[in-house]
Design a protein around this ligand. Structure first.
Ligand code: IMP
Ligand code: MG
Length: 180
């Protein structure tokens, strides 16, 4: 089967993604020139974005990984579940930049920012490749955003639908019959 048969439309091409990541890397390289940058990649969706972003930074950086999920309802922040945590003892000297694939309700990044601030990191900021501001359920604004998108479920460039389609080199919307 060819996965391209399941694609309704390409929302962001590989070329546009490269441009978006270039711009983010330039801003971050500028803003973190005098800091001690630790990128925290949120698994699994941010793996490709994090790798591409890291390669374009002109300043030193380290990378680490977390896996989290969040539950909640209404406008309360809800509960953050940490499936994989940072295991390091130097967080008090690190400027954390959380790397997320897509912001929807805001619960995941809102909850994780608060969690990492509570661990005594020197600073905690957030960077998302995609943002769907119309979906927000809590008050949360990321520090860096690649692109705002409308309220559509997207896949590719690390983002999945039921664990599939992460390998697509662009951001796409699937045909309606592919979602069940
Ligand atoms: P939140 O609602 O902002 O907490 O987002 C929850 C999670 O949903 C994020 O970690 C995203 O990875 C994921 N997510 C949000 N929108 C999409 C999408 O359109 N496609 C795939 N994953 C998404
Ligand atoms: Mg995710």
């Amino acid at each position: 089967m060819d996965y391209r048969d399941n694609i309704e439309k390409v929302l962001i091409t590989a070329e546009e993604l490269a441009q978006m990541v270039d711009n983010l890397a330039a801003q971050i390289s500028r803003d973190y020139a005098d800091k001690d940058l630790l990128l925290v990649c949120i698994l699994k969706g941010s793996m490709i974005f994090t790798g591409e972003l890291m390669q374009r930074l002109t300043i030193p950086s380290q990378v680490d990984f977390m896996k989290v999920s969040s539950y909640g309802s209404g406008t309360t922040a809800g509960v953050l579940k940490v499936h994989l945590d940072l295991k390091r003892d130097d967080l008090d000297s690190k400027d954390i930049l959380i790397i997320e694939d897509c912001i929807d309700t805001g619960r995941t990044l809102g909850g994780l920012s608060r969690y990492l601030k509570g661990k005594g990191c020197r600073s905690v900021k957030t960077c998302a490749l995609l943002d769907k501001p119309s979906r927000r359920e809590i008050t949360f604004a990321p520090d860096y955003v690649g692109k705002e998108i409308p309220n559509e479920f997207v896949v590719g460039y690390g983002l999945d639908y039921d664990e599939d389609y992460r390998s697509l080199p662009y951001i796409a919307v699937l045909k309606p019959e592919c979602y069940n």
